[in-house]
Every structure is written in structure tokens, then in C-alpha cells.
Design a protein around this ligand. Structure first.
Ligand code: C2E
Ligand code: SIN
Ligand code: SIN
Ligand code: FE
Ligand code: FE
Length: 372
């Protein structure tokens, strides 16, 4: 190695400084666009490239898009195109010295941009379960040099290191979009029904999230359960007012009509393309099932009942018991605890009852924070 090359080789400290200047920014960034820029910047500094971009597969799987390559708008290319397409299709990194010498190079991008691509690095970018989300690409080593195997490792490291944040940001964006769709549906539904229903729904959402969290489910799933559980009683919009708002106990006939709300809610939601609304359908149809098989509408028992429905069942009943309903007064805390002890493993999943009772103050506090 020549003296000059040795000088140009950067110290570990320098690399660590770069890495640690990006760690907090990448970890905290929830917005997909800004995260893409941060990750590309980190990659560019690591491998001393003129340009770096992160290409993501579009939701229909037909294109790769990026917002990074010189900031303005989105650039889209077909998934089959160029080095990026190759890395995606074959799940292989590429280290190219001269793009124009390689038949896989797609010259049309250079033609459009007037840019002259020379050396190229591409690395497939995978999510936490190993599914390829896109391709990380660095173009033109600085000072007309070539990328090295070490550069390739650093770009791979950047990809591995950023994957979790990127995945979260994509989920976050999806959740935000879904939430909007749901708000519209619920808004329309709530208008039709008694004003009481609004806070019951919000409390059940918060309590479902809390119970899911204590049950050890991952944050993203807890958030989905929080949003989806808001629709557990959506089917009540199909129940006649005189039954829904009846003062006092139901006759068996009235009760049977009311019981149709879980299937009705399910049927309204289950056709959706949106994963979150299908989770809501699952909760709607299963939130009145019982572990002992005596629930409705299907009489499922034990683990045939989805966990989301078991969670919602515990908090839905809790909310009904501790508040005033048009057919009942609030129960005392002693009576509520006694019911859950009695129904542990019968009506409700035992482990979820244990969590509720262990954190009972917190669940009461949620209730108090959102009164009817
Ligand atoms: P909700 O008011 O949200 O109640 C949800 C669930 O909490 C009930 O599901 C039931 O499992 C539980 N729960 C509520 N009150 C009591 C209670 O006093 N004792 C016990 N052991 N559990 C209770 P369920 O029974 O399938 O009822 C579904 C929905 O039907 C209720 O939702 C409520 O809107 C309505 N509903 C049920 N019974 C009556 C009634 O007698 N009169 C009226 N007007 N509505 C009723
Ligand atoms: C219900 O929708 O559960 C009945 C109305 C209430 O929230 O009390
Ligand atoms: C009630 O339904 O009002 C009380 C019966 C029970 O403890 O489940
Ligand atoms: Fe219900
Ligand atoms: Fe309910």
C-alpha cells in the first residue's frame, strides 16, 4: 500500500464519529421522507460517494422509487431496471467499477439527468424478517476512485442498521393513513347512535392498547389493536334505537337482536383492503366470545378465539361494568374484581384477567380520564 493510499484510508474513530452523529437522528425520525434522506446521507459519508439513494419497492411491487436523489420529487423506475433492479431480483450486492462497461447498466437515467455514472455499489435492503424492501445504491466514489469490498461492507452495515427504523417509519405512515380512513367510517357511524357511545369507544381503545402492551405484544401491534378496537361495536349502528337505548333489561328476543351486532360489524369491515380494518372485523366478531365456548356468535372456545378479541372482551366488559349504562348502574370495585376472579378462564382469558387485576388502578385511571 502506498503512503498516499494509507493517508486516505480513514480511521476507525472517523467512521465511529460519522455513525454516532446519525444514530439518534435515525432512531428518532418517524417521517419516512426525512428518514430516507438521513440513511442516504449516512451511506454517502461512509463510502465517500458522490450520490447515494435508497430505492423502495412500491406497494404494487412494480416500481422502485426514491426521494433522495437530489431532493425535489420522487423518481420511479421499473423493478426490472439496471443495477438496482438486478440487486433486487437476485438479492445480491453489486460492486461495479465502470457502469458503461456493464450490460446491466440502464443508461436512460444518465441521459435524463445529464449525470455521468462511473462506479456503482448496490446492496439489497431487508426488513427484520429478511424480506427485501428495496435497494441501497451509491454512485461514483469520490476523486474518481473505485468502491472497495470494505465500502460494500459499510453500505451493508448502514442497510442493516437502518432497516428497523425504516420499517417503523413505513408502518407509521401506513397507520396514519389507515387512521384517517377509520375516522371517516366511525364519524359517520357515531352520528347515527347515542352520544354515550363515543367515550366508551375511546376508553376501550386505550384500555385494549394498555392490556395488549402488558401482555407483551410488540408496539406496532398494540397500536393496531388500539385503533381497530374502536370499531368493536360498529354493528350497533344496525340495531334499532328502541333496543339500543332501552331503559332496563332486555327480553330474550331483544337480546337476540342485539347479539347480531358482532356479526354485522364484522360484515361491514371484512371486505376492506386495509389490514387494520380486517383486524377490526376480527375484533368485532370475536369480542363477545367466551373462553368456555358459551359466547356468541360462533361459540368459539379457548385459543380458537383470536387474541385481539380476547383482549377487547376483557376491557369492553370492564368498561360496561364500571360505568352507567342505560340498563344498569355502575358496579362497585369489589363486585368488579369478584366477577373477574369468578370468570377467570371461563368468560375471559386467565392471563389477561391477571394483568387487568394487577394494573387495576391504571385501568380505572383511564376510565376516569374519559368520562361519559
Ligand atoms: P355493553 O353495554 O358495552 O356491554 C358489554 C358487555 O359487558 C356485555 O355484553 C356483557 O358481557 C358485559 N356486561 C354489561 N353489563 C353487565 C352486567 O350487568 N353483568 C354482567 N355479568 N355483564 C355485563 P352483552 O351482554 O353481550 O351485551 C352486548 C351489548 O348489549 C351491551 O354492550 C349493551 O349495549 C347491550 N345490552 C346488553 N344487555 C342489555 C340490557 O339488559 N338492556 C339494554 N338496554 N342493553 C343491553
Ligand atoms: C354501548 O355502545 O356499549 C352502549 C352505550 C354506552 O356506551 O353506554
Ligand atoms: C348482573 O347481571 O347484573 C349481575 C350478574 C353477575 O354478577 O354476572
Ligand atoms: Fe359488543
Ligand atoms: Fe362494547
Amino acid at each position: 500500500m502506498s503512503v498516499l493510499e494509507d493517508d486516505m484510508k480513514r480511521s476507525d474513530k472517523e467512521m465511529l464519529d460519522i455513525l454516532f452523529s446519525y444514530v439518534p437522528k435515525i432512531a428518532e425520525s418517524k417521517q419516512l421522507d426525512s428518514l430516507l434522506v438521513l440513511i442516504a446521507d449516512l451511506g454517502r459519508k461512509f463510502v465517500l460517494a458522490e450520490r447515494c439513494s435508497l430505492w423502495l419497492v412500491s406497494s404494487d411491487g412494480k416500481e422502485l422509487w426514491t426521494k433522495v436523489a437530489h431532493g425535489t420529487s420522487e423518481i420511479r423506475i421499473p423493478v426490472t431496471g439496471g443495477f438496482v433492479g438486478y440487486s433486487l431480483a437476485y438479492d445480491e450486492p453489486l460492486l461495479i467499477e465502470d457502469a458503461y462497461e456493464d450490460e446491466r447498466f440502464d443508461r436512460s437515467v444518465d441521459l435524463k439527468s445529464g449525470y455521468r455514472t462511473r462506479s456503482v455499489l448496490t446492496v439489497p435492503f431487508k426488513d427484520s424478517v429478511g424480506k427485501v424492501m428495496g435497494v441501497f445504491q451509491a454512485i461514483n466514489k469520490k476523486n474518481n476512485g473505485c468502491f472497495t469490498e470494505e465500502d460494500l461492507k459499510f453500505l451493508q452495515l448502514t442497510a442493516v442498521y437502518s432497516a428497523k427504523s425504516l420499517e417503523s417509519a413505513m408502518l407509521f405512515q401506513e397507520l396514519e393513513r389507515n387512521q384517517e380512513e377509520i375516522t371517516l367510517i366511525l364519524g359517520a357511524a357515531a352520528e347515527c347512535r347515542s352520544h354515550e357511545t363515543g367515550n366508551h369507544v375511546k376508553r376501550v381503545a386505550k384500555m385494549s392498547y394498555t392490556l395488549a402492551k402488558y401482555a407483551g405484544l410488540p408496539e406496532v401491534l398494540c397500536q393496531k389493536i388500539r385503533l381497530a378496537s374502536t370499531m368493536h361495536d360498529l354493528g350497533k349502528i344496525g340495531i334499532p334505537d328502541e333496543i339500543l337505548n332501552k331503559q332496563g333489561k332486555f327480553t330474550p328476543e331483544e337480546y337476540n337482536i342485539m347479539k347480531s351486532h358482532s356479526k354485522m360489524g364484522h360484515d361491514m369491515l371484512v371486505q376492506s383492503n386495509c389490514e387494520l380494518l380486517r383486524l377490526a372485523a376480527e375484533i368485532a366478531i370475536s369480542h363477545h366470545e367466551r373462553i368456555d365456548g358459551k359466547g356468541y356468535p360462533l361459540g368459539l372456545s379457548g385459543d380458537d378465539i383470536p387474541l385481539s378479541g380476547k383482549i377487547c372482551a376483557v376491557v369492553d366488559v370492564f368498561d360496561a361494568l364500571i360505568n352507567t349504562r342505560c340498563y344498569k348502574q355502575p358496579w362497585s370495585r369489589e363486585r368488579v374484581v369478584a366477577l373477574y376472579q369468578e370468570e377467570r378462564g371461563c368468560q375471559f382469558e386467565a392471563s389477561l384477567v391477571d394483568i387487568l387485576l394487577e394494573h387495576l388502578d391504571e385501568f380505572y385511571a383511564i376510565n376516569d380520564s374519559m368520562p361519559d
